[in-house]
Design a protein around this ligand. Structure first.
Ligand code: TYD
Ligand code: MG
Length: 453
C-alpha cells in the first residue's frame, strides 16, 4: 500500500491543513492541531461514471404525520426533547465529566425498557461490573436493558443490525473507534467517522441513537464540534458539583423547542425529577438579607423563580473586582452603567459580586430589574421589602421595559406565597383578576429611590 501523506487536523473544528500551525486559522483555537494520516485517496480511475438516476420530486404541500416519538416516561427529559426521542434521530448529550450523564441515561434506558421498549446501552468507558453497580445503586438492577462494554463500531453495529432496538446509548463517543478511519480513538477524524456510521444506522433502522460527549473547560463538546452539526439534537447536562441541581438544556433540536429545560436533583439513589423547580431554587434562601432579590423568570414555557444575590463593597484594589456566576457579565456592566448614569450611584470604587442561586444560568434580559434591585439593596445595606418578586428589562436610557409572559410569572409567584411583583409599568395591565398585584416602576431611578427610602 502506498504510504499516506500526513495531514494536520484541528481537534476543535475539524479543519484540515497541509502544515502544522500553533493556531487554527479556521476557528482560532490555540494548540489544537494534530498530525493524522490522510484518508485513503479516492480516485475515479477505472470507474465509469454512470448517468444519474432521475429523482421523483413531490410537492411541498404533501401531508406527513408528526415525527413518531418514543417518550421515556421521565417527564423532565421528554420536555426537553419535545415529547420524547424521535425515531431514527441522533441526539448528542454533552456535559462535564461526573455531572451525571451516565446516570441520566441508564435511568432513561431502564424506564423505556420498563415500558416495553427494546434498549441497548453500550459503555466504552466502564466495565460491565461498573455499569451494573450504578444500576443497582439507582435501584434498576432488574431493568431489561441489553448491556455491552465495547468500543469498536463495526462490532456494535453488527450486534444491533439484525433486530434494531428502539434506543441505543453510546457512552461515550470519544471512546469509540472504527476501522474506517486510521488514527487513534478520540481524534476528530475518528469521532466524525464513528458519528457518521451511527447516524447512518439510526436513519436506516429507525433506532434512536443517543451519543454521550464530554465537554471541555470552554464549554464546547470536546473535539467534535463537527458532531454537533451532524446530529439532530444537542442537549447539555449542566450544574456544578457543589450543588445537587442538574439542568438539562437543549441547544439544538430539529424536532422540538430549544428553550426548554429539565430540572433534576442528584440524590444518593440517582437523579430525581424536579417538577416544581421554583420551590427547590428558593428552598435554600436565607431570611431577608441585603443584596438578595427573587427573580420571576421563564425557562421556555415554564416560569422559574430564583434568587439573585449581590455583594457590593468598597474595594481596597486599584481595579475593583467584578465577578458574576450564572449571568452575563456584559449585562452586569450595562446595569452598573445605567445605575451610574441615571441614578447617580457611583460604583466604580466597589468590588461587585453577583450570583444566581442554585447553580442556575440565566440568559433572559428580564432579569435586569432583579439584578439591579439586589445590587442597590446590597449597596444600601437595606433588605428588599418582604414577599416581592422582580422582573423587567432595563434600557440604556434608564427606563424599565415590559417583558413577555408576565401572567405566567405572576401566577407562579402567587403560588409560592409571594405578595406582590415589582415589574415594568408596561406590564401592569397584564395581570388578571386574582393575580399577584403589580407595584409598577417606569424607571430604574424610581426603584432606587424606593429601596433607599
Ligand atoms: P456519572 O453519571 O458517572 O457522570 P458522567 O457520566 O457525566 O461522568 O455520575 C457521577 C457522579 O454522580 C459521581 O460523582 C457520583 C454521583 N452519583 C450520585 O450522587 N448518586 C447516584 O445515585 C449516582 C449513580 C451517582
Ligand atoms: Mg459517564
Amino acid at each position: 500500500m502506498a504510504k499516506r501523506s500526513p495531514q494536520f487536523v484541528c481537534q476543535a473544528c475539524g479543519n484540515v491543513t497541509p502544515r502544522w500551525a500553533g493556531r487554527c486559522e479556521a476557528c482560532g483555537t490555540w494548540n489544537s492541531i494534530v498530525e493524522e494520516d490522510a484518508p485513503a485517496p479516492v480516485t475515479a480511475a477505472g470507474k465509469t461514471i454512470g448517468r444519474g438516476r432521475v429523482l421523483e420530486l413531490v410537492p411541498l404541500s404533501g401531508e406527513d404525520e408528526d415525527a413518531p416519538r418514543t417518550p421515556t416516561g421521565i417527564a423532565e427529559l421528554d420536555r426537553v426533547t419535545g415529547g420524547g426521542f424521535v425515531r431514527g434521530s441522533a441526539v448528542l448529550i454533552g456535559g462535564d465529566p461526573g455531572i451525571g450523564k451516565s446516570t441520566l441515561l441508564i435511568q432513561a434506558a431502564a424506564r423505556l425498557a420498563d415500558r416495553g421498549g427494546k434498549v441497548v446501552y453500550i459503555s466504552g468507558e466502564e466495565a460491565i461490573g461498573q455499569v451494573r453497580l450504578r444500576a443497582s445503586r439507582v435501584g434498576l438492577a432488574q431493568a431489561k436493558v441489553g448491556l455491552g462494554a465495547e468500543t469498536r463500531i463495526e462490532d456494535i453495529l453488527a450486534t444491533l443490525q439484525d433486530s434494531p432496538p428502539d434506543l441505543v446509548v453510546i457512552d461515550s463517543i470519544q471512546t469509540m473507534w472504527t476501522d474506517a478511519a486510521d488514527p487513534s480513538p478520540g481524534t476528530v477524524t475518528q469521532i466524525r467517522a464513528v458519528a457518521q456510521a451511527l447516524i447512518r444506522f439510526a436513519k436506516k433502522s429507525g433506532t434512536t441513537v443517543v451519543l454521550v460527549g464530554h465537554v471541555t473547560k470552554e464549554g464546547t463538546i470536546a473535539g467534535p464540534r463537527v458532531v454537533e452539526h451532524m446530529v439532530d439534537a444537542v442537549l447539555y447536562f449542566e450544574g456544578d458539583s457543589a450543588h445537587r441541581f442538574r439542568i438539562l438544556r437543549s441547544v439544538k433540536n430539529r424536532f422540538g423547542p430549544t428553550d426548554e429545560i429539565g430540572v433534576f436533583e442528584m440524590t444518593g439513589g440517582g437523579l430525581e425529577e424536579v417538577g416544581n423547580p421554583s420551590q427547590l431554587f428558593l428552598g435554600e434562601r436565607d431570611a431577608a438579607t441585603p443584596g438578595a432579590a427573587v427573580f420571576a423568570g421563564m425557562e421556555g414555557s415554564r416560569p422559574l423563580l430564583v434568587e439573585i444575590q449581590a455583594l457590593v463593597a468598597p474595594s481596597p484594589l486599584g481595579t475593583p473586582r467584578r465577578a458574576v456566576v450564572g449571568w452575563d457579565s456584559s449585562r452586569l456592566s450595562m446595569v452598573l452603567a445605567v445605575l451610574d448614569a441615571h441614578c447617580g450611584l457611583k460604583l466604580g470604587g466597589h468590588d461587585i459580586y453577583l450570583n444566581i442561586a442554585g447553580g442556575l444560568r440565566i440568559a433572559e434580559p428580564a432579569a435586569d430589574l432583579a439584578a439591579a434591585a439586589a445590587l442597590v439593596s446590597s449597596l444600601a445595606q437595606a433588605p428588599l421589602p418582604q414577599g416581592r418578586v422582580f422582573f423587567g428589562e432595563i434600557s440604556l436610557s434608564g427606563g424599565v421595559r415590559p417583558v413577555p409572559h408576565a401572567p405566567a410569572r405572576l401566577r407562579e409567584a402567587l403560588k409560592l406565597g409571594f405578595e406582590a411583583a415589582v415589574a415594568p409599568k408596561g406590564n401592569s395591565e397584564d395581570g388578571e383578576k386574582g393575580d399577584l398585584p403589580i407595584e409598577s416602576v417606569e424607571t430604574l431611578a424610581e426603584l432606587v429611590a424606593r429601596i433607599a427610602a
